[in-house]
Ligand binder design. Structure first.
Ligand SMILES: Cc1ncc(COP(=O)(O)O)c(C=O)c1O
Length: 384
């Protein structure tokens, strides 16, 4: 049975504010990387996060600027979770630095604080500490920041929080991205709120944000002359993107509620099926469930994760695996990895189901029914 149209994994969910702000940008003719909506977005985001912010072209650009702000240079080591999206760690290579990957913990699926502690202690013992640690908050859930900040603080290694997937979540009442030295958010089209693309960078030190804005606008020195004494980038957000993002930002809380609603409806629906389990929801914060991720235990569920993705695809439903660990990517073969078996297991058994905040009850029921059917088909077949 096929759904009449594709049910996507995570699609944009627009309202009226976005259109109004874009119309304003058109009528004011600020179709550029300067304009009122850019300034307003930064002001509103700073109010939300409590930190100075700069609006940039993408989350990836933000990670790149963040690493530069933390002084990462050729030959430095930078720690990153191995379970992450490429945009969250490729900027390490932009700066010709060396990634060291760390496995996930099972409780949050994010970087394992115990393995990170062990790594930093070993590095400190030989006097070769990494220049920075990237901590990603995956699928809408924060990493366990207290032990991470403790060990990084102890060895004075700065933390760059990759909160690309975690806008709207919290860690012990705090906003992810505001706990480490620098925080980065993505407004990519598949995220909980979007500008079609775009990103935001925050830092505790205002000078860092000013510097990031300078680098993001081609590092043009003050004055009318085209003087560039440093290497810059074309990383600034467009005023049109900012207009869309401002509209989206107004409904962030509602979108969080809706995404959580989708995840828990799946969880309820699967409560009687063995071998399909919602990603853990750590007690220390609010998990937005940006993506509804489940682990499939093939022995108990009856079919593998890959087969389930293929069954759903045949029914016109988009489902995807959990991120492929970086230490398994061709680009990073040979990179040092601490552990790795947990990330490999999450990648092998993890499935992301349609999670849009606009997912209708009818669409979700269709997805649930296909999964129930897949389970009863195999278990029925096994009985005969
Ligand atoms: C964990 C993570 N880091 C970084 C990025 C990069 O963000 P962008 O797509 O806005 O460049 C993404 C997603 O897109 C992500 O999921």
């Amino acid at each position: 049975m096929r759904f009449p149209y594709r049910i996507h994994l995570s699609k944009p969910h627009m309202g009226e504010w976005e259109r109004q702000f874009v119309d304003e940008a058109f009528s004011e003719n600020w179709i550029s990387t300067v304009g009122r909506h850019l300034n307003e977005l930064e002001r509103e985001f700073s109010e939300y996060s409590g930190l100075p912010s700069v609006a940039i072209a993408s989350g990836t650009a933000g990670i790149h600027l963040g690493l530069k702000l933390l002084g990462v240079k050729e030959g430095d080591e930078v720690v990153s979770p191995t379970l992450t999206f490429a945009g969250g760690c490729n900027p390490i290579l932009y700066e010709r630095a060396t990634p060291v990957f760390v496995d996930s913990d099972r409780a949050s699926w994010n970087i394992d604080p115990a393995l990170l502690t062990d790594l930093l202690e070993r590095r400190a013992a030989c006097g070769r500490l990494p220049r920075a640690v990237i901590v990603a908050h995956l699928f809408g859930q924060c990493a366990d920041m207290d032990p991470i900040m403790e060990v990084c603080g102890r060895f004075e290694v700065p933390v760059l929080e990759d909160a690309a997937e975690a806008l709207g979540s919290s860690y012990r009442g705090r906003i992810p991205g505001t706990i480490g030295e620098v925080g980065v958010y993505s407004l990519n089209g598949n995220k909980i709120i979007t500008g079609s693309t775009g990103g935001l960078l925050v830092a505790h030190d205002e000078k860092r944000v000013t510097k990031a804005r300078f680098w993001a606008t081609q590092a043009r020195d003050p004055g009318g002359d085209y003087l560039h004494s440093e290497l810059g980038y074309n990383y600034r957000m467009s005023n049109i993107v900012a207009a869309i993002a401002r509209g989206q930002f107004r409904v962030l809380e509602t979108r969080v509620r809706e995404r959580r609603g989708v995840a828990f409806r799946y969880q309820d629906a699967f409560s009687e099926l063995p071998g399909i389990e919602l990603m853990p929801q750590a007690e220390y914060g609010v998990h937005t469930n940006w993506l509804s991720c489940f682990l499939i235990d093939e022995e108990r569920f009856g079919i593998s994760r890959d087969r389930l993705i293929s069954v759903l695809n045949d029914a016109n439903v988009e489902a995807r695996p959990v991120w492929r660990p970086m230490h398994l990517q061709k680009l990073y073969l040979g990179a040092e990895v601490v552990g790795g078996a947990v990330a490999e297991d999450l990648n092998r058994r993890g499935i992301c189901l349609p999670s849009s905040s606009s997912l209708t009850e009818g669409e979700q029921t269709f997805v649930i029914d296909r999964i129930r059917e897949a389970y009863s088909y195999v278990t029925g077949a096994n009985r005969t």
